[in-house]
Ligand binder design. Structure first.
Ligand code: SF4
Length: 110
């Protein structure tokens, strides 16, 4: 086999590796964020009156204000909450919800 062919094959293998599905936790988190968009324009844990993030006490242990005006798509607190929910379901060997509304009221379980 020629060196050029070896190189081409290794490139193809590299491409295949990149196309491998992302890890299940990340996939589920993306699915929940997509599902949340159907129900919530703003973060359901955003207190519009006070600007407080109702998740921060659960996720970070301190109550913080939301510095994103409730835009949750790329919010690290929101993502961390979903990570914790994923772990919660996995540890208890429960079926992962496929709809964000099944998760939204469970913020204080974790
Ligand atoms: S910080 Fe993130 S999780 Fe908290 S209210 Fe704002 S958008 Fe929601």
């Amino acid at each position: 086999m020629s060196k050029a062919k070896d190189y081409t094959e290794s490139l193809e293998i590299g491409v295949q590796e990149k196309q491998e599905p992302e890890d299940p936790q990340k996939r589920w988190i993306n699915k929940m964020i997509k599902s949340a968009r159907r129900y919530h324009k703003l973060c359901p844990y955003y207190d519009k009156k006070t600007g407080i993030c109702l998740l921060s006490i659960t996720v970070e242990g301190v109550q913080n204000k939301c510095d994103r005006d409730g835009r949750y798509e790329n919010c690290p607190v929101f993502a961390k909450f979903l990570e914790k929910m994923y772990d919660y379901y996995r540890k208890r060997r429960k079926v992962l919800p496929s709809d964000f509304q099944d998760v939204v009221h469970q913020a204080f379980l974790i």
